[in-house]
Design a protein around this ligand. Structure first.
Ligand code: HEC
Length: 174
């Protein structure tokens, strides 16, 4: 009877090994966004700032829009369309009233990032993503990609900027 748990352990271990062998470098398969297969890029949080934004209303969010070196050069130089290899990351938090800042300033006026909400990624690869203007999209909550239905909305809405800014809303804030 002692052999059964041992066998079960051995089986479970080999499943784990096989699973880790089949995972591609850079992250587990299930961390890629549906439709586009976009992952959260390593080191994105150390990228440069393109701009910030504030979404009031129901979303009530503060956002930082960051770019990898290819993106930064294109934004600063005004290069359009964005070259292949451009990656843009939008990091969002709930807007939080800052009691500490307000106390120092003497009135209710300060807001800071609160709980993180989403990380959203756009990757430019004009051949791989030819059907969506050359862009692959990924929306992540807590590091996990959101569902396919959400990823079907990305390109249609970003088409508002198709002609004049290559599907990108954000403008560089000098
Ligand atoms: C209803 C319209 C709408 C939809 C749907 C939408 N976006 Fe956006 N997106 C915007 C707007 C507006 C901005 C610029 C303002 C902001 O949020 O900072 C933006 C900005 C971005 C940016 C920063 C680069 C840029 O274009 O300014 C990324 C990255 C991004 N969105 C990813 C996504 C992903 C991924 C999805 C789908 C899961 C998605 N978006 C769906 C409207 C949309």
């Amino acid at each position: 009877m002692k052999r059964i748990p041992l066998l079960a352990f051995a089986a479970a271990t080999s499943v784990c090994i096989i699973a880790s062998m089949s995972a591609p470098a850079g992250g587990a398969e299930d961390e890629a966004s549906p439709i586009f297969g976009v992952r959260i890029p390593t080191g994105y949080r150390q990228w440069s700032m393109i701009a910030v934004s504030h979404e009031a209303g129901q979303l009530n969010e503060l956002r930082g829009i960051l770019g990898n070196p290819v993106a930064m050069k294109a934004f600063v130089d005004g290069t359009l369309p964005f070259p292949d290899g451009t990656i843009i990351a939008k990091v969002a938090w709930k807007e939080l009233s800052s009691v500490g800042d307000d106390a120092a300033l003497g009135s209710m006026q300060a807001y800071v990032p609160g709980a993180p909400t989403t990380v959203q990624i756009m990757v430019k690869d004009s051949s791989k993503y030819a059907e969506t203007g050359g862009w692959g999209f990924g929306r992540f909550i807590g590091g996990k990609p959101t569902d396919e239905a959400q990823h079907e909305t990305c390109f249609p809405c970003h088409q508002a900027n198709a002609k004049d800014h290559d599907f990108v809303f954000t403008r560089y804030a000098p």
